[in-house]
Write a protein that binds this ligand. Structure first.
Ligand SMILES: [Zn+2]
Length: 458
């Protein structure tokens, strides 16, 4: 099966140029102008941008938070992803207490195998640490899991500082990378209690229980622990000015620090917690939405290339039957928002079209950097000869509005309701298969597990 993408503007992290791309047997085999082959399927990309398939390294599909299960599973979640131009997701396989990492990995394969419409891999979230788990790190690396995730908040997930230190040292032996949910769990717990005591029924209680310093303290502590362990770190979903300052301080000390932020921390502010009735519930996520000043600081950090990656932290919950479990107690509202479908169009509209990000930066932040950091480059994350033909033909002119009815996420709300958008994933190739045609998903369930190697990023 041969496909030629004609006359598009091919985007890389440092350049864009007019070219054709030839794809054979799932791989990019030629990149130059005026390629012809009478037997090939032709995709006309005139006037379009051509990006490497976008990669979302932060999704939670089919997530059981102990009370309820997120309605987007790997089937609906990856269908929404690829419709938006995301050809690979990295989800968080999570070790339940008492489980081995091998069992956790098997659980996630059961959820994802044969039903995913884009390629997928897993970070391993470690929630219990002992000698046996330590021995399993090597096996995880051998099974293509080269990144791990730890939590400093949530009592059922978080680990103490000594364990964090040990894990960082152990993962470093294999050149893996540890991502951290940075919030001080003790402080969050006491601040939630304070809010509940005040009987504050407004959902503003949520951000008040997780203020900026709670994130900044955790980032600072994480970075000093990593300094002692002499290990590189990844900070996921950075949301605050103070947290950014701590991360940059780590870099100034010479530490290898990678930073992820998410569209919600660039586009939505905490005024969404002042809505009438229970309407703010759909914005309950952690870290919470912040102030305009934080948003501006994060955009500035993007313009200076301080931020390495943009992921969604997609974790959808319905208002009806799920978020409303916390009607009388804000701390019982399941945390999370949908977003995996909309990340590229939001970043194109509110980043590129508003002059806050170039096409090249969009390519880096949503694809190339992620592939490098998580050991998939140059198979993924670039349009190069020999790379997987994961390709997005991006229509620059399509105008639309995000609504809950139009989204493909399997959930009854979107925090981006009414957001106007520019651009669209008109055609998407997944390893050379033309799976999205004129904006419609025509072939499903073609996603494969990605065996990842070590990061190539510095
Ligand atoms: Zn997350």
């Amino acid at each position: 099966m041969t496909i030629i993408i004609k006359n598009g503007t091919v985007v890389s992290s440092d350049n864009q140029y007019l070219s054709d791309i030839k794809v054979e047997n799932g791989i990019i085999t030629e990149i130059k102008q005026n390629i012809s082959d009478d037997s090939a399927e032709i995709i006309d990309a005139s006037g379009c941008l051509v990006f490497p398939g976008f990669i979302d390294s932060h999704t939670h599909f089919d997530l059981d938070n102990g009370f309820t299960v997120s309605p987007d599973d790997f089937s609906t979640g990856t269908s929404a992803a690829i419709l938006g131009g995301t050809t690979t997701v990295l989800d968080f396989a999570t070790q339940n207490k008492g489980e081995t990492l091998t069992e956790a990995l098997q659980n996630w394969h059961k959820k994802a195998d044969n039903v995913s419409s884009c390629d997928y891999g897993f970070h391993m979230a470690i929630t219990e640490w002992n000698n046996n788990v330590s021995k399993e790190i090597e096996e995880m690396i051998n099974k293509g899991v080269t990144s791990f995730k730890l939590y400093m908040a949530y009592d059922n997930l978080r680990l103490s500082d000594d364990k964090i230190y040990e894990i960082l040292k152990r993962v470093k032996e294999y050149n893996g990378i540890v991502g951290m949910h940075c919030e001080n769990g003790d402080l969050v717990n006491i601040l939630i209690k304070e809010q509940l005591k005040r009987n504050n029924s407004s959902l503003i209680a949520h951000p008040l229980s997780r203020p900026n310093y709670v994130e900044a303290e955790a980032i600072a502590r994480y970075l000093y622990i990593a300094k002692l362990a002499d290990a590189p770190v990844n900070i996921v979903h950075l949301s605050t000015t103070e947290g950014l300052e701590e991360a940059l301080r780590g870099r100034e000390r010479g530490q290898e620090v990678y930073i992820e932020t998410c569209p919600q921390y660039l586009l939505l502010d905490d005024s969404n917690y002042n809505l009438d009735g229970f309407d703010s519930a759909k914005y309950i996520l952690s870290p919470p939405l912040r102030k305009r000043n934080d948003i501006n600081k994060l955009w500035e950090a993007i313009s200076k290339n301080y931020i390495n990656t943009i992921g969604t932290d997609h974790c959808s919950f319905n208002i009806k039957g799920q978020k409303d479990m916390g009607k009388d107690n804000f701390s019982k509202i399941p945390n999370g928002i949908p977003g995996v479908q909309h990340r590229p169009v939001l970043m194109y509209t509110y980043g590129v079209c508003e002059g806050k990000m170039t096409n090249e930066q969009m390519c880096s932040l949503l694809s190339e950097n992620i592939a490098k950091l998580f050991g998939m480059y140059p198979k993924k994350g670039t349009l190069s000869i020999g790379s997987d033909a994961d390709i997005v033909v991006w229509n620059k002119n399509h105008k639309d509005t995000i609504t809950v009815e139009k989204q493909s996420h399997n959930v009854d709300n979107t925090p981006y309701e009414g957001f106007e958008t520019i651009g669209k994933a008109e055609h998407v190739l997944l390893r050379g298969q033309h799976v999205v045609k004129n904006g419609d998903l025509i072939i499903k369930n073609q996603g494969k597990y990605v065996y990842r190697s070590n990061k190539t990023f510095i």
